[in-house]
Design a protein around this ligand. Structure first.
Ligand code: NI
Ligand code: MN
Length: 226
């Protein structure tokens, strides 16, 4: 599968000819100024929770691409109320078969208030099962024992996990999370964007290597094969 990193927790995965975009946040990311939003394509946009740094560019990119937005019930209702109708609501524990494969909604330990103060439900992660391989995006989360359930749902090719600390797991907890989900290939996200989440990338990657795992940190705008 091909993964393009757009900075922070925004990335896209191409699977079965469909483009899945995650947590759109580009405009207010100083590190992503060179990204041309107009070039971004999406058939689906997955939103892990309601915080600004995961949805700031949601409406613009949804309108541009006419993608189906997949998130929890409350966030989908809020998106509908704010003028975009094409959503697919899910909630923890539920699965749905889309045309590219199966998505299962799993727990994330994080808050989820929307930018205007609306209730955003609770944060979620997603497990993708497809004919081209399986992957997990945890969303913003703490390390949690619930991650040990993921291998019961899918054998993962890669996992996308936050490593920035302060608001989420740090690299050390993300390495443990990789153990819980039984996946040695991790794409690190949610780091360096703000002062609170600056990381020592080399140190983080060495930590993973020392445990027989790899931490991939693509440059913003880079496409990698995972
Ligand atoms: Ni958050
Ligand atoms: Mn966040």
């Amino acid at each position: 599968m091909e993964l393009t990193y757009y900075g922070h927790s925004c990335f896209s995965v191409t699977v079965a000819g469909k483009k899945l975009l995650f947590d759109p946040f580009i405009t207010y990311n100083d590190l992503a100024k060179h990204i041309d939003k107009k070039s971004i394509e999406a058939d689906f946009i997955f939103v892990s929770h309601g915080h600004e740094d995961h949805i700031a560019d949601l409406f613009e990119l949804a309108e541009q691409t006419q993608a189906t937005v997949v998130s929890n019930w409350e966030i989908c209702a809020w998106i509908n109320k704010n003028g975009y109708a094409k959503t697919h609501p899910m909630n923890h524990g539920g699965s749905w078969y889309f045309d590219f494969g199966k998505v299962k909604c799993v727990n994330a330990v994080h808050s989820s208030g929307l930018p205007d103060g609306s209730y955003g439900g609770t944060a979620i992660g997603f497990v993708f099962t497809t004919e081209e391989g399986n992957f997990y995006y945890s969303g913003d989360t703490a390390l949690t024992l619930d991650m040990q359930l993921v291998p019961l749902f899918a054998s993962l090719q890669f996992a996308v996990l936050p490593i920035g600390d302060n608001f989420t797991m740090d690299a050390s907890d993300a390495e443990k999370a990789a153990g819980f989900v039984q996946c040695n290939t991790v794409v690190g996200v949610h780091y360096d964007t703000f002062g609170y989440i600056k990381v020592d990338k080399e140190k983080a990657q060495k930590l993973f290597t020392s445990k027989g795992k790899s931490l991939l940190l693509p440059a913003i705008g880079e496409t990698i094969t995972v």
